[in-house]
Design a protein around this ligand. Structure first.
Ligand code: DON
Length: 304
């Protein structure tokens, strides 16, 4: 058995020593009040060992990390049909950019930019009986944890300030790439983003991506090919206009959220989750990026 605890201690210490801890997202007012001193790391191996340090058991807003989970649910329901409505190319632009969507006739570059995640949300709204409840239950089931919940204040806070997301959803609608009403799709989208989880819960939720599609309790089984594709999307698109940098520095598939969380994984081996609310200029957690770079450099555990 490998002992990851000393290396977590080391990367935790060097990240917390950084003077500049980044800037907490303020365009969603509820996120602006989160203390940027929070910092946690959790590592879960596929063969059942756990290592952790810091605030790994405090819930935070998973935001865009939820886009991997909604894509996973949509994949399990409709498979490759998703690809008619959303592409699988990195955008090279910020997560909320609108220009490319207009130029490319309402087909989002990938499912992780906001517009792409809205198309996935639209698919789920069309397919599910009680979309928000069913999605939350899906997340609870794959994580094997019924305590996971939406944060209604965060969802509301994003709704009343989400002008750019309304613009993106209206653009999608104008190009015929949303089946449902803009308000209904955005209500679902804001709620999925508002889900709160701890680093420890997130590394459980992402277990299936390191374990050939089988989640912890075996309630869902994606095919190995489906998992390969979602991991490929995380590697190429998971960090928006910083996806190249993340692959270059860290070398793992992963996904970030503006709540300051990052989940990354080495297929067949482990899932590592970090949370530090201060973001860099690309909207990704500053300390999280640095800690993960140091982790894969020192352990030489990456996909490359
Ligand atoms: O739609 C938004 O802007 C947020 N709910 C999610 C954005 C996000 O997390 C981007 N990731 N780093």
């Amino acid at each position: 058995m490998r002992n990851f605890q000393p290396i977590l201690k080391e990367i935790y210490a060097s990240a917390t020593n950084l003077k500049d801890k980044g800037t907490v997202a303020s365009y969603i007012p509820e996120l602006a009040i989160v203390d940027k001193q929070n910092f946690g790391i959790h590592l879960r191996t596929v063969d059942g060992h756990e290592y952790a340090i810091g605030d790994y058991n405090k819930p935070f807003s998973i935001q865009s990390i939820s886009k991997v989970l909604s894509l996973t649910m949509a994949t399990s329901l409709v498979g490759n049909k998703i690809l008619k409505r959303v592409n699988v190319e990195p955008s090279g632009h910020p997560f909320n950019q609108l220009a490319l969507l207009e130029i490319e006739n309402g087909i989002p570059r990938n499912p992780f930019i906001n517009a792409g995640a809205m198309v996935i949300a639209d698919i789920l709204v069309s397919r599910l009986q009680n979309p928000k409840e069913d999605f939350l239950n899906f997340v609870r089931e794959i994580t094997n944890d019924i305590s996971i919940h939406f944060n209604e204040s965060v969802a509301y806070s994003e709704k009343v300030t989400g002008f750019k997301n309304y613009a993106a959803a209206n653009l999608l609608k104008s190009f015929g790439n949303l089946e449902n009403d803009v308000d209904v799709v955005l209500d679902f989208y804001f709620h999925q983003c508002s889900i709160e989880m701890t680093c420890s819960q997130l590394s459980k939720a992402f277990y299936l991506f390191a374990n050939k599609g089988k989640c912890l309790r075996n309630v869902l089984h994606l095919t190995e090919s489906q998992v390969k594709r979602i991991n490929a999307l995380m590697l190429t698109c998971g960090f928006y206009d910083e996806a190249g940098e993340f692959a270059f520095e860290v070398g793992l598939p992963g996904k970030s959220g503006v709540g300051g969380g990052i989940v990354a994984l080495l297929p067949h081996d482990f899932i590592i989750t970090t949370w530090s609310p201060g973001l860099n200029i690309n909207g990704n957690s500053k300390l999280g990026m640095q800690a993960l770079e140091e982790f894969t450099t020192k352990t030489q555990l990456s996909i490359f």
